[in-house]
Design a protein around this ligand. Sequence first.
Ligand code: NAD
Length: 473
Amino acid sequence: MTQLKARDPRTGEYDYQFEGTDRSALEAIASRQRATAQDWHALGLDGRMAKLGALADALGKHHDAIAAALEIDTGRRRIAGLEVDGTIGAIHGWLAQAPHLVPSGWTEGRMNPAIRHAPQFLPYALVGVISPWNFPLTLSMIDTIPALLAGCTVIVKPSEVTPRFVDPLRVAIAEAGLSDVLSFVQGDGATGAALIDTVDAICFTGSVPTGRKVAAGAAQNMIPAFLELGGKDPLIVLESSDLEAATDAALRSSVLSTGQACQSIERIYVQRSIHDAFLSRLVEKAEAARLNWPDITQGEIGPIIFDKQAAILEAHIEDAKAKGGRALTGGTIETHGGGLWLRPTVIGDATHEMKVVTQETFGPIMPVLPFDTVEDAIAMANDTEYGLSAAVFAGTLEEAQAVGEQIEAGAVSLNDAALTALFHEAEKHSFKLSGMGGSRMGPAGFQRFLRRKALIANTGAPAPLGAFAEDAQ
Ligand code: NAD
């Protein structure tokens, strides 16, 4: 067993010790779960729905303990509570949909109506979930809930950066009677890599470099990999936009969770005629945002959860300044009580030569760039190796939609931004380096855990070999 330590993002202290799960311990858990997989499947959808309902109840009962642990993991209070509420809500959402997501019954053949087919859906016995540190509970459960409902058993390996929420969560899982089919294993990348060798399908949320390793491991084992990776989401603001609404959405979607969200807006393109007015209003609003330090019950901006991320934010700001960018507000990593903070940072005079415009920043930084024509804006928005999501503001929905349809990304928010954080009902793929595999959201987010089997019946007479003879008529 590897000894690991986690840092408290508000104090900078490595005050939480835990053990990483090694390959042999992981294999023992996997073989126990494989032994229960048949019974879990045989329970049927109604039986599994009852168990997931019990998990929602148990999460409600242990809400405060789980939220308190998440608060230390992430250094923020309100979002910690919202993660627990959101997970309970996600369970209820899937419970309402699941009975309607798999077709049944016979379909007559088109070429030969005597031959008909019926589907059978078989879950993967054991699914692995590997999650990142930015929303530790949400991203551990987002694929786990539909996988369990579909009839899979699941092993989750959360990030080693934010491990504290797992203990109170395990209490809720045990109370719901799910410990035989849902395990959390602690550990770093080595445990994650071992998990890929143990399961029948892998769901991964994290960075592109790790995603490539996960995809390679999955390919080696010939198992499906569902990858949700990084992004560099653009926001396009057309001159017909409502400036108040556009600046509100731009700020919220860029700095919520201190920008530590995959679907954060990370670059803002504003039509030249309104560029200066937009910029000064955005700066005004950004300056009004408060740190949640020293009082965690106040403010909007939490600490940088992962200290190594602070170095990336700093490097992107310095690179922008060296290339002519201006930090109009924020711009300096601040240390308070041992934790690291960055206030909302607006970068004026940004260009596509800067890292802050082309590489994932994962912080509360808003480079703003002017554009002249809509075609220019679309070209710049698409000039990226990422394709997670995007946003467009315009005076009318039709105008925004016309632009949104030309953006190469899996989800485009219209007249708002980062709506995928709030709305999980629409199916979406991750384009380019932002991921691969079926949609995690909408009906496909459930169906992808089921292998489709076809039962093909001939209600007429089977063809004799002679029907295929060279000299058959
Ligand atoms: P990361 O890739 O460093 O780590 C993610 C997880 O992978 C962790 O649990 C880690 O222990 C594990 N891991 C590390 N090496 C591994 C290996 N060789 N094999 C298997 N697992 C391994 O990512 P992070 O820094 O924790 O998270 C931030 C990244 O996640 C950002 O790029 C962000 O955009 C992305 N993200 C994407 C989404 C999405 O839905 N697309 C959501 C949230 C975060």
